[in-house]
Design a protein around this ligand. Structure first.
Ligand code: OVM
Length: 407
């Protein structure tokens, strides 16, 4: 069998449009919007010869593939490597890279550890931290907001929420970037990420050990589930690793992208300040408009179809959540960032049984951050040009030179 990017080479159905392009080209990753429009224009599903994979980016099709966990598996990896054929770069996640019935048990434990009740209890600390951080930023006036705001907030509140006693903020941010770059092809981004794997991954696993966690955080809730016999202690540690894989870089990106949206759309910032009840909808619109996680793959576990087109077993399907979130068929005027849109059904958290299990925590973090901004900040202005940072799965900023002017 010929392997391409760690998965089986496929012979696509003759009815599938062929598009000779690279979804992971650096230029596409830093400015994907026109490329996404081209992807949607090609059809419901396209064949990407470079990676011998299918790709979807229209809203309805992407949602359908993502919702269909019986045909489109996660257990064979959510990147281009097929775990049935090539060795994963780390022991697979027992909640992300898994199918039912195994998934059902770990998902339940993780949902409980990040329930609305847990998120609500964390809200107080999130708000205090956000208030203090915004005060600090207003004192400085001009900042590089990726490091000084977007990274600063989650790396302060999240390890605390998990109950970590050893914290290395740099490792936490880098590990997230590694995990997300690793679900792309074997390009420079992935190679760069993996050169630092041994050091960072060892630190991460140490930090996940029960002995390194307090007895009152979200981590402790997982070990309590182990004590109750719902999962094993090893599984609890691996689920703490999932917190650290998926909980830092994503929320860092959410905050950075929110600042980018608000600085670029002063009238929308004014509308938000005038009506703080739009805080939650504004964050949902940031998610729709910028898709912090832009791409995930699935693998067909059997011969199946997408939009009537045959799909053979073992086919990687690259799903562009970012493109789906900009599909005019679904959104009408997707290119306008509108805080009052209320974009119900956006795919930024995914959809179906693997939909983001941490979304309550993410929303609580952004409630706190946006709340503090609304309370204290009058204007958010550029002091230079924003720069995007390419990543195989994350659509994030690298630099946000901003000025914050107090009310
Ligand atoms: C994990 C995990 C979960 C969601 C996303 C992610 C690719 C990782 O369980 O490790 O990043």
């Amino acid at each position: 069998m010929t392997l391409v990017e760690g998965h089986k080479q496929i012979a696509p159905d003759t009815a599938v449009p062929v598009w000779d392009t690279d979804p992971y080209d650096l230029e596409v990753l830093v400015d994907p919007y026109d490329w996404w429009a081209d992807l949607r224009a090609k059809g419901d599903v396209v064949y990407i010869p470079r990676y011998s994979a299918l790709m979807v980016g229209r809203y309805e099709t992407t949602k359908k593939v993502f919702s269909d966990h019986e045909n489109f598996l996660s257990s064979r990896g959510v990147g281009l490597d097929d775990f049935a054929l090539s060795k994963p770069w780390r022991p697979p996640s027992i909640i992300l890279e898994v199918d039912p019935p195994d998934h059902t048990k770990t998902r339940k434990v993780m949902s409980r550890a990040m329930s609305p009740k847990v998120a609500k209890a964390l809200g107080e600390d999130f708000r205090q931290t956000a208030d203090a951080l915004v005060d600090e930023i207003l004192e400085k006036g001009e900042i590089e907001a990726v490091v000084e705001f977007a990274e600063a907030f989650p790396t302060t509140v999240f390890p605390k929420a998990v109950g970590m006693t050893i914290v290395n903020k740099r490792h936490l941010v880098d590990y997230g970037a590694m995990v997300f770059n690793s679900i792309g092809p074997d390009n420079e981004l992935r190679k760069d990420a993996t050169t630092r794997v041994p050091e960072v991954a060892r630190w991460i696993m140490e930090a996940c050990d029960r002995s390194r966690l307090t007895d009152d955080g979200m981590g402790a809730l997982l070990f309590e589930a182990a004590d109750a016999g719902d999962i094993t202690a090893e599984e609890a540690s691996l689920l703490v690793r999932s917190f650290l894989s998926a909980g830092v870089d994503t929320t860092v990106t959410g905050i950075g992208n929110a600042l980018w949206c608000l600085a670029n759309n002063p009238a929308e910032w004014e509308a938000l300040k005038a009506d703080p009840s739009l805080t939650r909808p504004a964050f949902e619109e940031v998610l729709r408009y910028t898709s912090p996680v832009h791409t995930f793959c699935r693998t067909s576990g059997r011969d199946t179809e997408i939009s009537g087109i045959p799909v053979e077993e073992g086919t990687k399907v690259i799903c562009s959540l970012g493109s789906a979130n900009m599909d005019p068929e679904k959104w009408g005027d997707p290119e306008n960032f509108r805080v009052a849109r209320k974009p119900v059904g956006h795919l930024a958290f995914g959809v179906g049984i693997h939909g983001c299990v941490g979304q309550n925590i993410a929303r609580a973090e952004l409630d706190a951050v946006l709340g503090a901004l609304i309370a204290k900040v009058d204007r958010i202005e550029w002091t230079g040009d924003p720069v995007w940072r390419p990543n195989n799965a994350i659509h994030a900023l690298d630099r946000l030179p901003l000025r914050f002017i107090a009310k």
